[in-house]
Design a protein around this ligand. Structure first.
Ligand SMILES: CC(=O)N[C@H](C=O)[C@@H](O)[C@H](O)[C@H](O)COP(=O)(O)O
Length: 229
């Protein structure tokens, strides 16, 4: 798939992040592949997949662009999304089209510029997962092809919000950054608001593929509601 094709297919569309609750009943590569196909059947234009087993199970089944990442606990750092050059290589070889990594200002084993270069050397596109405007702009200037609001709310120096960080999306969009809104988009209205705020595309995860969490949202509301029947 060419870069132009990937860019065009993502524009204004929904990226389905298929990352089940780890250890839960859907946490099997075959189930993740099925979730991915179901979201594509519903109109998602691309997938976001974590971990090599899930990526390898899904890649042969679709030509839709895949954002790949690995999460790992790396000693001495809080950076857990694709921290290493070996992760970039593994994701590239497993067929990711876009490789996402943490581009926050936290202590990291490999500098952002080096990760950007490695992704491009493999002929893949970069998605820089950020938590603030400064991080996003820096990653964009370092050559990222997409900047995600993914990590807003997940670093100590970003705001803790219940919903998506649309202010971050708006600020990055205004600065000319190709920004993907990601994180705590729970409803179609959230997705539309993100596009209005300037997002190039929108990634939704839990609301589509973490059934335990979405079920719990209903259950919690019912528990607190008076029963009138
Ligand atoms: C912070 C972090 O590690 N985010 C991860 C990144 O891949 C995933 O756990 C999220 O599910 C994904 O960003 C989509 O967000 P939401 O599930 O809120 O729609």
């Amino acid at each position: 798939m060419t870069v132009a094709h990937i860019l065009e297919s993502l524009r204004g569309g929904l990226v389905a992040s298929c990352q089940p609750v780890r250890g839960g009943p859907l946490d099997q590569p075959a189930h993740v592949a099925a979730l991915a196909l179901a979201t594509l059947a519903g109109g998602a234009v691309a997938l976001r997949l974590e971990g090599l087993p899930d990526l390898k199970a899904t890649r042969p089944l679709t030509s839709a662009p895949i954002v790949g990442l690995v999460k790992r606990d790396e000693p001495g750092t809080n950076v857990y999304i694709t921290p290493l050059l070996s992760d970039v290589r593994d994701l590239a070889l497993a067929g990711a089209d876009i490789i996402a990594f943490d581009a926050t200002i936290r202590e990291r084993p490999v500098p952002v510029e080096r990760l950007v270069a490695a992704v491009h050397e493999h002929g893949k596109l970069v998605m820089a997962d950020c938590s603030t405007f400064e991080e996003g702009l820096a990653a964009w200037k370092a050559g990222a092809d997409f900047v995600g609001s993914t990590l807003s709310g997940y670093t100590p120096h970003s705001p803790a919000l219940d919903g998506p960080d649309l202010d971050l999306v708006r600020a990055l969009g205004k600065a000319g950054v190709r920004v993907i809104a990601e994180g705590r988009l729970h409803t179609p209205e959230d997705a539309r608001a993100a596009l209005h705020a300037g997002a190039y595309a929108v990634t939704v995860g839990s609301a589509l593929t973490r059934l335990e969490l979405m079920t719990k949202r209903f259950v919690d509301v019912l528990r607190d509601a008076p029963v009138e029947a």
